[in-house]
Design a protein around this ligand. Structure first.
Ligand code: GLN
Length: 194
């Protein structure tokens, strides 16, 4: 199984290390040709406006959007969630998104300081100690979008729309691998039936 990690900016290596430890072949994705033959792709956290700017500069944004629309499974975290969203409440100047997930997202929803509080979050029945770092929240979900994680009762921090799974926190810290493992099992299922 070949899994891409969008490698323009942000926490690329943390995701690559987890995916490798789970037996995936990892490819860092920077150029359109890097998308060829992938079984899935991870969008790491970082700075979503920088990821957007670099993706467009490398002519990657349009082929990446096409690949996802054609069924490439995505696991997006934090800035990756922001980059996936259809709409942002508070984009940076000129910031664009892929629009592959029918949600509205508020960036830096907990303030601009490093918000490093860890909370237990349950995703698909897996409880993890999640780090929220300048984390976004989802403020609107479209009709085809499933809420898969909340904190404080009703604050949405995880969503899924078909083959796109997105989390507002960092599941790649603290040595946690189960979120990736669950997602890889979904990928495998998707590729074996498709
Ligand atoms: N606030 C950042 C952004 O707008 C995301 C932070 C993160 O990925 N940890 O991109």
């Amino acid at each position: 199984m070949v899994i891409g990690v969008l490698a323009l900016q942000g926490g690329v290596e943390e995701h690559a290390a987890i995916l490798s430890s789970l037996g995936a072949q990892v490819r860092r994705v920077r150029l359109p040709r890097d998308l060829d033959g992938l079984d899935g792709i991870v969008f790491p956290g970082g700075e979503s406006s920088t990821i957007d700017r670099l993706a467009r500069a490398f002519d990657l944004a349009a082929p990446l959007r096409d690949a996802v629309r054609s069924g490439l499974p995505v696991l997006a975290t934090c800035a990756g969630l922001i980059y996936s969203a259809r709409e942002l409440e508070n984009p940076a100047a000129g910031q664009q998104t892929l629009g592959i997930l029918d949600v509205t997202v508020k960036r830096n929803a907990f303030g601009n300081q490093r918000f490093s509080e860890e909370r237990t979050v349950t995703v698909d029945g897996v409880s993890v100690e999640a780090s929220f770092i300048r984390a976004p929240v989802v403020t609107r979900v479209g009709s085809g979008v499933e809420v898969i994680a909340t904190i404080a009762g009703d604050v949405i921090v995880g969503v899924r729309q078909g083959h796109v799974t997105a989390l507002s926190f960092h599941p790649e810290e603290n040595g946690e691998t189960r979120i990736h493992e669950t997602w890889l099992n979904c990928c495998l299922g998707a590729t074996s039936t498709g």
